[in-house]
Write a protein that binds this ligand. Structure first.
Ligand SMILES: Nc1ncnc2c1ncn2[C@@H]1O[C@H](COP(=O)(O)OP(=O)(O)OP(=O)(O)O)[C@@H](O)[C@H]1O
Ligand SMILES: [Mg+2]
Length: 167
């Protein structure tokens, strides 16, 4: 695995801090990543995706828990935050795809939605809540696992682990 200067474990104390952490991760993405978000109901997975949107330069206000749609596709306009040097550079990521598989009945639903075409596509970051519902479909390619666990109140422990096919 490539050396990652970002530490892999954090504690946040509110949704804003979780968003800020995700925005920092977003500034380091170059497209093709699949981010699997693990954690119980209300852990902060959607909050994390909102931070990804902010960091990539998509509209964070568009990020919601998909109630009827299982998948949302967000255009990235410009890299909005992140390190100053990155903020001046056009983002290599053009699209953020947000999937919430909580209500998914069968993994085939995502093939019908066309998720396959977005997974690991150049210029695209796919963030998936409840990825275990998709079975083996997400096992290959560049994966970032984000695991959020509540430690009471607004305190969340967030672990970030990267894996890549060439590791
Ligand atoms: N440190 C924190 N990080 C993230 N969210 C927090 C934190 N502290 C409190 N919260 C609250 O926890 C809730 C997280 O909601 P969110 O929708 O992001 O969870 P989720 O993991 O996506 O849940 P679901 O499985 O239902 O989709 C929000 O109400 C948020 O304000
Ligand atoms: Mg959610």
């Amino acid at each position: 695995m490539t050396a990652d200067p970002m530490p892999s474990e954090y504690v946040t104390h509110g949704p804003e801090e979780t968003e800020a952490l995700a925005a920092r991760l977003a500034a380091r993405l170059c497209g093709g990543e699949v981010i699997r978000l693990h954690g119980a109901l209300g852990a902060g997975k959607t909050a994390f995706v909102r931070g990804l949107a902010r960091g990539l330069g998509a509209d964070p206000h568009e990020i919601s828990s998909p109630s009827f749609a299982l998948m949302h596709v967000h255009a990235v306009t410009t890299r909005a935050s992140g390190p100053p040097a990155a903020a001046r550079m056009p983002s290599p990521v053009r699209t953020l795809v947000h999937v919430d598989a909580w209500r998914m009945v069968h993994p085939d639903e995502f093939i019908e939605l066309g998720l396959d075409a977005w997974l690991h596509a150049p210029g695209t970051v796919v963030a998936i809540e409840w990825p275990e519902r998709l079975g083996d479909a997400l096992a290959a390619g560049r994966i970032i696992d984000v695991t959020i666990s509540s430690e009471g109140g607004d305190r969340r422990r967030i672990r970030i682990a990267r894996s890549s096919p060439d590791s």
